[in-house]
Write a protein that binds this ligand. Structure first.
Ligand code: FAD
Length: 462
């Protein structure tokens, strides 16, 4: 008698298991609930099967199985995407989190890294050689989703985005081919995976250019919120004139005691003595309540924020690019931040500048090349009973900030916000991305992502 294993019959179960060397976690298995959990605790979805490939051939096997049985497929790297697209109801999840090999060549300063690595694991491996490349600022996130959407972090001013440092990748496409994408091979695909997310295939290996990095001069300055107008105005002018070697971020949040505050964080990534001189005006124009800027290993900087973002909290984010911290924008923030319902939430302004901003907007799929801030209302709380006030506050602040924000948004901050926002995230590169989608995935097998959905695409217009 055929037993139905959560939607895939026993024949299908045998077929999938025989196609792989890796393990499959099925509904009812011990560990099923742990394996389907992602960073954002709002997401509670039940896949039909979770496949843990051990190599690229397993990825091919899983893709062919999903296609043959017309099953939806989701792809999980580090599981930190706030939209939770890594896991879907009634779908096969390709869980790449066990693929963590790193092969570093110190002579060429390049590294081949598998897609299950977290930022922290990648940084530890490359810093063993005194090398690094731009990644994000919380070490538990995955390199895969981060790089495919862009990748903004402490080295962006000097070395560009994570995707700008990608030199090649191995990609399994919807038809089960394993392709190499680089400037010399499948150049169109290489263009698309640098900002176009997981729309074109499953990346089984990333190759990055590395750079000598560390120690760095980094840390934060903290001020009470009533100083925010003066602090943020000075900050905006200061960072606009800053060299590439300095990358910064500002944030507004509540202390654990509920006191609103504003902070400025910095990372100067080349000789520390020059950084000390450069940062003097920022550290002195107004006495902070706390000055924690100091030399530190790059791996320490990369983990300083981890504690604030444990897995499993409930998250709701709203975001947009912000060109300047105008007086009106600052006034809006100062008015609404103290009403934040959760002490764990925050408003972040991560600076994108220098090398990251100078890449031509059409050179990679990541379209938003300008000196600007990635403005993010990051709401997080623990008790589902608190959801309503947190959602309402996030919506109210986002609404109030609308006049100050660009229409565009960073794809890696996007929740489940509809096609207009997806188009805003891909910007002027959307038509070329749609053409690429038609070439590599016309049936939209890879749709559990910020999806380039050809059924909603009108020819000739974005
Ligand atoms: C606490 C926190 C801090 C963050 N800080 C930063 C930051 O400083 N800078 C920044 O740029 N971003 C930052 N982000 C956003 C981050 O870039 C995204 O959450 C990103 O999606 C994380 O990648 P992941 O592999 O962990 O996520 P996943 O949820 O595993 O993946 C996200 C999506 O990427 C696709 N995908 C993943 N792996 C593959 C693959 N191998 N092949 C094809 N498609 C794939 C899938 O469509 C998947 O749904 C942060 C996120 C969090 C939660």
């Amino acid at each position: 008698m055929a037993i139905d294993v959560g939607g895939i019959g026993s024949t299908g179960r045998r077929e999938l298991e025989q196609a792989l060397r890796g393990k499959v976690v099925w509904p009812g298995d011990r560990g099923y609930d742990t394996a389907r959990a992602v960073f954002n605790g709002m997401i509670d979805r039940r896949p039909l099967a979770m496949v843990r490939p051990v190599d690229a051939s397993d990825v091919v096997g899983c893709i062919e199985f999903a296609r043959r049985h017309d099953l939806p497929l989701s792809v999980r790297g580090g599981g930190h995407g706030v939209a939770g697209n890594a896991v879907c109801d009634s779908a096969v999840m390709l869980d790449l989190s066990a693929l963590k090999a790193v092969r570093l060549d110190p002579d060429s300063r390049t590294v081949r890294a598998e897609p299950g690595l977290t930022l922290g694991e990648f940084d530890r491996a490359t810093q063993a050689y005194g090398l690094a490349t731009t990644l994000g600022v919380v070490s538990t996130a995955g390199i895969a989703g981060l790089t495919l959407g862009g990748g903004l972090g402490w080295l962006n001013g000097r070395y560009g985005l994570a995707c700008d440092n990608l030199t090649s990748a191995e990609v399994v496409t919807a038809d089960g081919r394993l392709l190499r994408a680089s400037a010399a091979e499948n150049e169109d695909l290489f263009w698309g995976i640098r900002g176009g997310g997981g729309n074109f295939g499953v990346i089984t290996s990333f190759e990055y250019q590395l750079h000598p990095v560390g120690p760095v001069l980094a840390g934060g300055l903290v001020y009470p919120l009533d100083m925010a107008p003066r602090v943020l105005r000075f900050y905006d002018e200061f960072v606009n004139a800053a060299p590439d070697e300095l990358s910064t971020a500002a944030s507004l949040a509540l202390t654990p005691a509920g006191e609103p505050m504003v902070s400025i964080a910095v990372c100067y990534c080349v000789p520390i003595a020059q950084g000390e001189r450069l940062l003097r005006p920022l550290r002195r124009f107004q006495a902070p309540a706390e000055d924690a800027i100091q030399p530190m290993p790059y791996t320490v900087l990369q983990t300083t924020r981890d504690e604030g973002y444990p897995s499993g909290r409930l998250h709701h984010w709203k975001s947009g690019w912000l060109r300047h911290l105008t007086d009106d924008a600052i006034e809006t923030l100062v008015r609404l931040v103290p009403r934040m319902p959760s002490c764990a939430s925050g408003v972040g302004l991560q600076q994108m500048h220098g090398a990251a901003s100078r890449v031509p907007a059409s050179a990679t799929a990541f379209a938003h090349r300008a000196e600007q801030y990635d403005f993010l209302i990051l709401s997080q709380w623990s008790d589902p009973a608190d959801s309503e006030p947190n959602l309402a506050w996030t919506r109210a602040l986002f609404e109030a900030m609308q006049p100050h924000l660009e229409e565009s948004v960073y794809v890696n901050n996007l929740g489940d916000e509809g096609q207009d926002r997806v188009r805003a995230a891909y910007g002027d590169n959307y038509p070329r991305l749609a053409a690429l989608k038609a070439t590599y995935d016309p049936a939209n097998l890879f749709r559990a992502n910020q999806n380039i959905d050809l059924s909603t695409h009108t020819a000739g217009g974005p």
